[in-house]
Ligand binder design. Structure first.
Ligand code: G5P
Length: 225
């Protein structure tokens, strides 16, 4: 049996984590687990008791408390114990990274760095299909029909936390909390950083590093949104 591979991707809001994660999942067959998508999905479920609290944080661009996030995400990882996976958006803080490390050790952490102005431009033009998490950008990967998801034809939405005020808060918070997480993974020797303004230029480097790290064969990168 091929060795299991566990990775996480981190980077500021709009750095392309979701876009690159989908390419990785498609090319390398990893299960894709997104904390943002999982939070959004749970907010739609009446049985999710922390829903109101979580909504307040997300809408303001603030981080959801660590204990809520670990209670949401760690059981999810236990469900995919026999699979290789890629985590997007978790862990976000040092306490989350430590809790995750107690449950399982990651093989690789991908760290994206993208200039601030680029992030602002991208997010102001982002449209999302809420049910699937598919993202579009009016310049980079526009939907086939304006305002509609390519696969289902359902309406696309602009997230409240992509609006300017929440966006600035998210970018500020990211700067503060990411550094200790980056240092933690650096100290474990598993951090790989990739910088640039274009996802399509960063992607071949990520593809090469992953190919070298994983035993499984890979297919060519493909845009999957
Ligand atoms: P999320 O959902 O984890 P963020 O804020 O980290 O959200 P986000 O905004 O989803 O990250 P991304 O995934 O890094 O961004 O980027 P993306 O969606 O792939 O790309 C952004 C846009 O740029 C898209 O429109 C895409 O098409 C376009 N794009 C990509 N590449 C290019 C390019 O090369 N050129 C151009 N022109 N466009 C491009 O977290 C949301 C909230 O949930 C909570 C927090 O409140 C958080 O704010 N949360 C947590 N709280 C605490 N702990 C955690 N672990 C949490 N996880 C989530």
């Amino acid at each position: 049996m091929a060795k299991l591979f566990r990775a996480a991707i981190m980077g500021p809001p709009g750095s392309g984590k979701g876009t690159i994660s989908r390419r990785i999942a498609q090319s390398f067959g990893l299960q894709y687990l997104s904390s943002g998508h999982y939070l959004g999905f749970n907010l739609l479920r009446p049985r999710f008791s922390a829903g109101v609290l979580v909504k307040t944080y997300v809408e303001r661009g603030m981080l959801v408390p660590d204990h809520v996030m670990t209670r949401l995400m760690l059981p999810r990882l236990e469900q995919v114990i026999g699979h290789s996976w890629l985590l997007d958006g978790f862990p976000r803080t040092l306490p989350q990274a430590r809790e995750l490390n107690n449950l399982c050790q990651l093989d690789m952490v991908i760290n994206l760095t993208v200039p601030f102005e680029t992030l602002k431009d991208r997010l102001s033009e982002r449209w999302v299909h809420p049910a699937s998490g598919r993202v579009y950008n009016m310049g980079f990967n526009p939907p086939l029909v304006e305002g509609r998801d390519d696969i289902t034809g359902e309406p696309l939405i602009h997230h409240d936390d992509d609006k300017p005020e929440a966006l600035m808060a998210r970018l500020r918070i990211y700067k503060d909390v990411a550094k200790p997480v980056i240092d933690f993974y650096k100290s474990l020797g598993i951090l790989h950083s990739f910088s640039g303004t274009d996802t399509d230029r960063i992607w071949p480097y990520i593809n090469t590093v992953l190919t070298n790290k994983m035993d499984t064969p890979h297919s060519d990168a493909r845009q999957t949104q």
